[in-house]
Design a protein around this ligand. Structure first.
Ligand code: S3P
Length: 175
């Protein structure tokens, strides 16, 4: 599984779709899984169940998707807050799409679909989450000032490089 993590506005969904197309894999966005299961948009779930209620649904959705068929998967920006999710991610290729808070604000200006953007402690949240993303990431790719196409190309190159470095040397007995 190739899993994209990162703060809001990092481009996880857009880059994820591009990667899935290049790799001929299905694409799944866990936010969409939660929305489909709930039959309502995320802000409505936040209102009805509170943030922790949403996090429970999100954790379940991520676990189910990670246990499913091979795919490119993008996680909501807060999903790595759950220790159980971070543990599950250890079995997968995880890409941190790095985005500055300034770029997040620019890319999400006027967005009302992400309740967490309204939090007054957004800078602290952004800083704290970087540690969690880096904890689970196999590779990290900067996205500030870059197009989704450029980012997708960088991700593919880094994943390939990482696989190359970790490919076990052929056993001489097999020759
Ligand atoms: C959230 C990010 C959103 C979505 C929800 C909460 C967060 O996903 O899961 O609004 O806490 O950062 P994106 O990162 O895809 O915007």
């Amino acid at each position: 599984m190739i899993v994209l993590v990162g703060f809001m506005g990092a481009g996880k969904t857009t880059v994820g779709r591009l990667l899935a197309a290049r790799l001929a894999l299905p694409f799944t966005d866990t936010d969409h899984v939660v929305e489909e299961r709930e039959g309502r948009p995320i802000p409505a779930t936040f209102t009805a169940l509170g943030e922790e209620g949403f996090r429970d649904l999100e954790e379940r959705a991520v676990a189910d998707v990670l246990a499913g068929p091979e795919a490119v998967v993008s996680l909501g920006g807060g999903a790595c807050g759950r220790a159980a999710t971070r543990e599950r991610l250890r079995a997968h290729t995880v890409v941190h799409l790095r985005v500055s808070l300034e770029q997040t604000r620019a890319r999400t200006a006027g967005d009302t679909s992400r309740p967490v953007l309204q939090r007054p402690d957004l800078p602290a949240l952004h800083a704290a989450r970087q540690l969690l993303y880096d904890e689970v990431a196999t590779v990290a790719v900067p996205t500030d000032g870059r197009t989704a196409e450029q980012v997708a190309r960088d991700v593919l190159a880094l994943i390939e490089q990482h696989a190359e470095q970790h490919r076990t040397a052929p056993d001489p007995e097999d020759r």
